[in-house]
Ligand binder design. Structure first.
Ligand SMILES: *Cc1c(COP(=O)(O)O)cnc(C)c1O
Length: 484
């Protein structure tokens, strides 16, 4: 494999991507005088068109993406998203509608937003939704702000939020930013919330229990009805992190099981590819008692059509500009409509089937701390391989040589040496089998020739990197010399 030079190293003075024809009128140098013209950029690379195209195409090919390879990153739902939804979102009428356009000119857009809210309500069993938060973590924060506003109105915001040790890492941060102290609830040997611990911790100081369901072990909180009962009996609220709804969609409605507030990740379950840093959408759904506290504006429908209502005295306020990430919402609606109710059920069924197929196929090859059957992901550990000095990071890096993106590692913390694998519903049995064979081969290598695994990857563009140095001393500026 060739080493791709920096674009500065390809640069040669005077090269151009294209050349304009010679002027056929006299040149007037004074025409632009006094205008704010850009200075020359020192050291700006000068390259031909084909050089710039090849450079960036080659760089893009050194990257992993779901369009080229299996990407089993646990909890992240790095699934393939159908291109038709991209196509719908790229329609000019959506793409070029201006966020400041008056309501009467964007009735169609408002209808899309309202329809999406209603559909998410039907899917989750919640009474009202806001589509404004731009990420799952922002949804959590907005959800906690709503809970705080509701409890304050009732007379006491309380001090504590309970979070199980199997929750997603963003949950404690969101509760903390919202001014709550976080207390941890232990998991039992099945990997679900320990009811006795919850019963002890759930006092009148507790504002809410935040559960991730399915949790980060991929396990469904099967005691959810009892959990909701305990929390509600002491005046608390039940928050559900529903980022990974692809495991449940069409099969389970959190709103029917006592959940008061939920956030979803449209950029995981509902067809916006993610992993590149955005855009995303983390809608929040609430029960009707909490609806008065939703962020403004809310979309209302009347005989005159759709309108934005900013007059909500108990609202937590504005949490984002305009309407949220509108095109992400368009994609989500297109996804839901193209699948329909039966298609959505199949999403959940296949997500669960795929994860359990991997779990069963590898259960004697890699250690499973929790043997409970899972929903959309399963968490192995490197316990067997450690006997040969091979750790989870070595296994993850070796997978690169088999054309697989490394899975999530060392999380959740309750599984030491974790390898958290989420295949998602979009992978075929053929691709799952290829992955399983690679994992088995790596386990054999770990026992017979551990050095091969410990020095992987061998075939990638760069080899094993010094991650500590990369994090502590990143080189962000090229200090080389530009060829004159
Ligand atoms: C991804 C994820 C989040 C955070 O979502 P972001 O959009 O990355 O902020 C929260 N909870 C769970 C369970 C997740 O998987």
């Amino acid at each position: 494999m060739i080493r791709e030079p920096l674009i500065f190293e390809i640069s040669a003075r005077g090269k151009r991507a294209f050349v304009l024809p010679k002027l056929d009128v006299p040149e007037d140098k004074d025409l632009l005088k006094g205008l704010p013209l850009r200075d020359e950029i020192r050291g700006f690379p000068e390259v031909s068109e084909v050089e710039v195209v090849r450079h960036f195409t080659r760089l893009s090919q050194t990257n992993y993406c779901v369009d080229t390879t299996f990407y089993p990153l646990g909890s992240c739902t790095m699934k393939y998203s159908p291109k038709v939804n991209e196509k719908v979102a790229a329609m000019e009428s959506f793409l070029f509608s201006h966020p400041y356009a008056p309501e009467e000119l964007v009735q169609g857009n408002l209808e899309i937003l309202k329809t999406t809210e209603d559909m998410l309500g039907e899917i989750t069993g919640m009474d009202a939704f806001t589509l404004q938060p731009s990420a799952g973590a922002q949804g959590e924060l907005v959800g906690m702000m709503i809970i705080r506003a509701f409890l304050e109105k009732r007379g006491d915001a309380r001090q504590v939020v309970l979070i199980p040790d199997s929750a997603h890492g963003t949950n404690p941060s969101s509760a903390h930013i919202c001014g709550y102290r976080v207390e941890e609830i232990k998991s039992n040997e099945k990997g679900t919330i320990d009811l006795a611990s919850l019963d002890r911790a759930m006092t009148e100081r507790v504002a809410a229990l935040m559960i991730t369901n399915p949790n980060t072990l991929g396990i469904f909180e099967s005691d959810i009805l009892k959990i909701a009962e305990i929390v509600h009996a002491r005046g608390g609220l039940l928050y559900m992190d529903g980022a990974n709804l692809n495991a449940l969609v069409g099969r389970f409605r959190p709103g029917d099981m006592g959940v008061d507030v939920i956030h979803l990740n449209l950029h995981k379950t509902f067809s916006t590819p993610h992993g590149g840093g955005g855009p995303g959408a983390g809608p929040v759904g609430v029960k009707k008692e909490l609806a008065a506290h939703l962020p403004i504006p809310v979309i209302v429908k009347s005989e005159q059509g759709y309108a934005l209502n900013f007059d909500l005295p108990l609202s937590v306020g504005r949490v984002r500009s305009f309407f949220g990430n509108f095109l992400v919402i368009v994609k989500a609606l297109a996804y839901v409509l193209s699948l329909g109710p039966e298609g959505l059920k199949e999403v959940a069924d296949v997500a669960v089937l795929n994860a359990n197929y991997i779990r069963k196929s590898l259960e004697n090859v890699y250690h499973l701390k929790y043997t409970t059957s899972t929903l959309h992901e399963c968490v192995f550990s490197d316990k067997f391989q450690k006997e040969h000095g091979v750790q989870n990071i070595d296994i993850a890096k070796r997978l690169i040589d088999f054309g697989v993106h490394p899975p999530t590692m060392s999380f959740p913390l309750i599984v030491p040496g974790a390898l958290m694998i989420e295949p998602t519903e979009t992978e075929s049995k053929r691709d799952l089998d290829t992955f399983i064979e690679a994992m088995k081969k790596i386990a054999r290598e770990a026992a017979e020739m551990p050095a091969v695994v410990k020095t992987a990857p061998h075939t990638s563009y760069v080899r094993r990197l010094d991650e500590t140095t990369a994090a502590r001393n990143p080189i962000l500026r090229w200090e080389g010399k530009i060829k004159e």
